[in-house]
Design a protein around this ligand. Structure first.
Ligand code: PLP
Length: 380
């Protein structure tokens, strides 16, 4: 089935007369166990829960994965993957990952005896040079957050596999509607469901997807043993959000394309980046592996933090706030928010100057979004 259909139906089905059409929310923390030796479908909600099962199955179906595991946040999902490492293991990570993932890789992984190299992965030759005998994971986001650099996944996946490392792709920005990394050779997909999968800015959650049974068993152990699990109600909300994922992603994309068209060449705008727009330097690489451009446009305005502050103050429809992926448009300033913790030199190398703003384009009418941006920019 196509992703649009799976998004509506995967994970739960009413079967017999009178079954609820939507999965009931099962808040119970514990389940009947009449036989001390016997095991029912569920015993205790840290270990498993009907709503978590349904969500895990739905997103696994969308990503074309054998296994899905839900966590309490996107960062908890990333942490679970990193907890599969052993002392002495090595990770190659893209140099421009989301700030929170970088924080995890720099401030947490070393406590467990593993090491990390940050590398610009846009050329597979850089990965070749960075791989070591001890490399277990290669970690990539494409398009990256917030500069929307594109990494071609197939060559990276081939290389990582040939050297015994697993490729992990954070697919939060694309969602399985627009890209399915496992089909491109990745071994693991991670998501912050906080963003598009839920889509309504009212849940924090995460997911890990993979095909490998042994890895899935290890992750399942970590999920239950460490306990960073989402609540049944949050799982229900994400699954409800999933049902409209296809229409939302196309609406986000329409808005982004209209904004990229309208702002390109604007006298107060230095750069416009949107991977779905032909002006993006890696547009061809992006469309070769993805079915859509996503919901984020990153622009560099003519000015620094003061001008960004004025722009944010003048906008009516773009609310200044962290995060992305909701139905409402948001504007963020990476230099003072998501990438505040990244050392300024590294930030500059990533292209995150003080004039860079990230637009999380909602599903409002594109004409209204463009008019709002033009009015605010004209007034700068
Ligand atoms: N991955 C990406 C690409 C993100 O943008 C984020 C959050 O912004 C995360 C992971 C972390 O997710 P969460 O905030 O749900 O922990």
């Amino acid at each position: 089935m196509k992703p649009e259909t799976l998004a509506v139906h995967a994970g739960y089905h009413a079967r017999v007369a009178g079954d609820p059409i939507m999965p009931p929310v099962v808040l119970s923390s514990t389940f009947l166990k009449p036989d001390p030796e016997g095991a029912g479908a569920h015993s205790y909600s840290r270990i498993s829960n009907p709503n978590r099962d349904a969500l895990e199955q739905a997103v696994a179906a969308l990503e074309g994965a054998r296994h899905g595991l839900a966590f309490a946040s996107g960062v908890a999902a990333c942490t679970a993957v990193l907890q599969t490492l052993r002392p002495g293991d090595h990770v190659v990570a893209a140099h421009d990952l989301y700030g929170g993932t970088q924080r995890l890789l720099t401030g947490y992984v070393d406590r467990h005896g593993a090491t990390v190299s940050f590398v610009d992965l846009h050329e597979p030759v850089a990965l070749d040079a960075a791989l070591r005998d001890q490399t277990r994971l290669v970690w990539v986001e494409t398009p990256s957050n917030p500069m929307l650099h594109v990494v071609a996944l197939e060559p990276i996946a081939r290389l990582a596999r040939s050297r015994g490392a697993r490729l992990v792709v954070d697919n939060t920005f694309m969602t399985p509607l627009f890209m399915r990394p496992l089909a491109l050779g990745a071994d693991v997909v991670v998501h912050s469901t906080t963003k598009y999968l839920n889509g309504h800015s009212d849940v924090v959650g995460g997911l890990v997807l993979c095909d490998d049974d042994a890895l899935a068993a290890d992750l399942r152990f970590i999920q239950g043993a460490c306990g960073a699990v989402p609540s049944p109600f949050d799982c229900f909300l994400v699954q409800r959000g999933l049902k409209t994922l296809a229409v939302r992603m196309r609406a986000h994309e329409r808005g982004c394309l209209a904004i990229a068209d309208a702002l390109t060449g604007h006298p107060r705008v230095r750069t416009v980046r949107y991977p779905g727009h032909p002006s993006h330097p890696q547009h061809a690489a992006h469309v070769a592996q993805a079915d859509g451009g996503g919901g984020v446009v990153t622009i560099g305005i003519d000015g620094g933090t003061d001008e960004v502050r004025r722009l944010m103050g003048a906008l009516q429809l773009f609310t200044p706030a962290e995060s992305l992926g909701g139905v409402e448009s948001l504007i963020g300033h990476p230099a003072t928010s998501s990438h505040r913790g990244v050392p300024p030199a590294q930030r500059a190398a990533m292209g995150i100057t003080d004039g860079v703003v990230r637009l999380s384009v909602g599903i409002e009418h594109p004409d209204d979004l463009v008019a709002d941006l033009l009015a605010a920019l004209d007034g700068l």
